[in-house]
Design a protein around this ligand. Structure first.
Ligand code: ATP
Ligand code: MG
Length: 309
């Protein structure tokens, strides 16, 4: 029993150390290109070793998710942000491959509908929040509101805001409002895990070319992706500022190196595992009265079997 606990603690410590370089210390000013290398792989030289690590991570997540689902105090929200072809879909598919689909909800956010534009900018994200016991995954998230909306200001015009809410301080206000919203959620038992998949421009080029070249991948490519690529530098600036302004003690950002898909998946699993280990969800305690009920039910079931023999 004691040994098991020591092993668990050591594993938790290894995970914490592994993700430490990816975490953005709240209050630091980030310049993506200078501060984070999309090709970083933490000294793991072989993909094979990474795949093995991911397998262990997926098993760990499955175990923790079962426990999370059994309690009703905490919920988890995983937000994934990235440029096109950074591997959001594959990350979700691989990292969540071992967990019970009943306890997980994935929501994807596209260009807002008329109904969504009829509400405040956080409304559609609030509607998709996980409940206690669940892991909610946002494939794109409320952070689009300070990314695509910032890079393409016509999106802001469509949001029907009063003049006062559209002034030059709109982004500062949104950062603050997002931080406050996340703080509210975290105070109420919802842990927020924020991952930015950091892809290099060259790797995006090569993934786009593959999508064009391989017929089975053609459907994944859209000409809009090339149009967005033309705004690469604007996006890098918007991401850098978002990371600087919205990495908070209650919901820090992690920058996941995304040029190697296998490594990005290991990192995503590790950050999620770190959060679940920290929550340490427990199966509900069965009290004396409930145990008596169980014993009574057992007696009845056994007696039934004898009768029917
Ligand atoms: P994939 O291409 O892998 O299917 P995706 O998330 O890129 O997934 P798309 O349908 O290609 O999905 O793109 C969704 C688009 O919606 C993105 O370009 C994104 O920037 C845009 N979008 C998301 N939120 C908003 C928003 N609030 N305002 C304007 N555009 C948004
Ligand atoms: Mg797309």
């Amino acid at each position: 029993m004691g040994d098991e606990k020591v092993e668990r603690d050591q594993r938790a410590e290894r995970i914490a150390e592994f993700i430490e370089p990816l975490r953005i210390e709240p209050g630091t000013r980030v310049r993506l290109a200078k501060d984070f290398d999309p090709g970083y792989k933490a000294g793991i030289s072989k993909k094979k070793d990474g795949v093995e690590l991911l397998r262990t991570g997926v098993e760990l997540l499955a175990d923790y998710q079962r426990r999370l689902a059994a309690q009703d105090t905490y919920g988890v929200l995983l937000c994934l942000q990235a440029l096109d072809a950074a591997g959001k879909d594959g990350t979700i598919r691989h990292v969540m491959s071992g967990v019970n689909p009943q306890g997980v909800r994935v929501s994807s956010f596209k260009v807002p509908s008329d109904e969504e534009l009829g509400h405040d900018f956080l409304w559609r994200y609030t509607r998709e929040l996980p409940r206690r016991g669940e892991i909610g995954i946002f494939n794109r998230s409320h952070y689009e509101e300070v990314l695509v909306v910032r890079v393409h200001p016509e999106n802001l015009l469509r949001q029907k805001l009063p003049d006062a809410a559209r002034g030059p301080d709109v982004w500062e206000r949104r950062y603050r409002e997002i931080n406050d919203w996340e703080r509210h959620l975290s105070d109420n038992g919802f842990r927020i895990v924020k991952l930015f998949l950091n892809l290099s421009k060259e790797e995006q080029r090569s993934r786009f070319l593959k999508r064009i070249d391989v017929p089975e991948r053609n459907w994944k490519f859209s000409s809009a992706d090339i149009r967005e690529r033309a705004h690469w530098d604007d996006y890098q600036r918007a991401f850098s500022q978002m990371l600087s302004e919205t990495s908070t003690p209650w919901a820090p950002w992690y920058v996941v190196p995304a040029d190697r898909k296998w490594f990005a998946r290991v990192c995503a699993a590790a950050v999620l595992a770190h959060t679940l280990i920290d929550i340490d969800p427990r199966y509900p305690h069965v009290g004396a009265a409930a145990r008596r009920e169980l014993a009574e039910a057992e007696r009845e079931l056994k007696a039934e079997k004898k009768k029917h023999r």
